[in-house]
Design a protein around this ligand. Structure first.
Ligand code: NAP
Length: 249
C-alpha cells in the first residue's frame, strides 16, 4: 500500500482527508496541523502531528495550506526525494522546495467543510516534473475521481481565473441580488429556480447562446430604470460594467 501525508486542515484538506481515509490503495499516515484542538472533530488523534518536521517519509505529501504559505511549508519537510504536491490553482509548481520531487494536485471545485461533495465528480488537474511521478499521482487521482486531467502551470492559472468568474464572482452576484431583495423586502428564495435553471442551461447551450436579459436585447429604457433603482453606487458600477461587457462580447 502506498502512503500519504497531508499538511493543512482547511476546506480542501478536510475533503481530501475524508476521501483518502477510505482509499484501498493509499494509506493516510499523518496530517500536520497547527492546532490539534481545532481539528479534533474530523481528524483522529493518532493521525495528527503539530510539527511538519515530525512527518515521516511517504510516497506522496499533499500540501493544502493558504497559497502564500506553500513555499515555506514545503521547506519545513525534513525528508527528501519523494513526491510533494500542492493543491493551489494559481501557485507555480516551482515554489515547492527542491528537496523533494514537485507536483500539483489541483481540485477544480469549491470546497467548504460545511458542505459534503461527491468527490468522484471533482476535476483533478495534475502536474509533475517526471512521467513516473505523473503515473504515481494519477494512481491516487483515479482512485478519488472520475475526472483526471494533465494540466500545465499556465493552463491551470487560466482555469483558475476562469473559475473565479464562473464561481466566486457568480456567488458575489448572489450576494448583491440578496442585498437588493432584502432592501426591498422580497424573499431571495423566489430567485432560486432562476439560479438553478441558469446553471443547468449551459450544459446544453454555450454561455453566449444562453444569454438573455436587457443588455443582450439592448433594451435601453429598462437598463436606465435598473440603474436608477440601484441605491448602492458599487452595485450600480458593476451593473453598468457587466451590461457593457454583455453588449460587446
Ligand atoms: N477552498 C477551495 O474551494 C479550494 C479549491 C481548490 C483549491 N484550493 C487551494 O487549496 C489550498 C487550501 O485552500 P483551503 O480553501 O482549504 O484553505 P483554508 O480553508 O483557508 O485552510 C488553509 C489551511 O492552511 C493552514 N495554514 C495557513 N498558513 C499556514 C502556515 N504558515 N503554516 C502552516 N499551515 C498554514 C491553515 O491552518 P490553520 O487552520 O491553523 O489556520 C489551514 O489549515 C489553497 O492553496 C487553495 O488555493 C482551494
Amino acid at each position: 500500500m502506498k502512503t500519504i501525508n497531508i499538511i493543512g486542515s482547511g476546506n480542501v484538506a478536510y475533503h481530501l482527508i475524508k476521501k483518502i481515509q477510505h482509499s484501498t490503495h493509499f494509506k493516510l499516515m499523518n496530517v500536520a496541523v497547527r492546532s490539534k484542538e481545532k481539528n479534533q472533530e474530523f481528524i483522529t488523534n493518532d493521525l495528527m502531528v503539530t510539527s511538519i518536521a515530525a512527518l515521516q517519509p511517504v510516497d506522496i505529501t499533499i500540501i493544502s495550506v493558504s497559497d502564500d504559505a506553500i513555499e515555506h511549508v514545503s521547506e519545513q519537510i525534513t525528508y527528501t526525494n519523494s513526491l510533494v504536491v500542492h493543491t493551489s490553482g494559481t501557485t507555480n509548481m516551482q515554489v515547492l522546495s527542491n528537496k523533494n520531487k514537485k507536483g500539483v494536485f489541483y481540485p477544480l471545485q469549491t470546497f467548504s467543510k460545511q458542505k459534503q461533495i461527491d468527490f468522484t465528480k471533482v476535476p483533478l488537474c495534475l502536474e509533475t516534473e517526471s512521467k513516473d511521478d505523473m503515473l504515481l499521482l494519477k494512481e491516487l487521482a483515479n482512485e478519488l475521481s472520475n475526472n483526471v486531467y494533465e494540466i500545465s502551470s499556465e493552463q491551470r492559472k487560466s482555469l483558475h481565473v476562469s473559475a473565479v468568474f464562473v464561481s466566486n464572482f457568480v456567488n458575489h452576484m448572489y450576494t448583491i441580488g440578496n442585498a437588493i431583495c432584502d432592501e426591498n423586502k422580497v424573499p431571495f428564495e423566489i430567485l432560486h429556480p432562476l439560479i438553478e435553471e441558469t446553471a443547468q442551461k449551459i450544459q446544453y447551450l454555450s454561455p453566449k447562446e444562453a444569454q438573455t436579459g436587457p443588455a443582450i436585447r439592448r433594451d435601453e429604457k429598462t437598463i436606465k430604470a435598473h440603474e436608477a433603482a440601484l441605491t448602492n453606487e458599487t452595485f450600480k458600477k458593476i451593473y453598468q460594467l457587466i451590461t457593457e461587457s454583455i453588449k460587446n462580447v
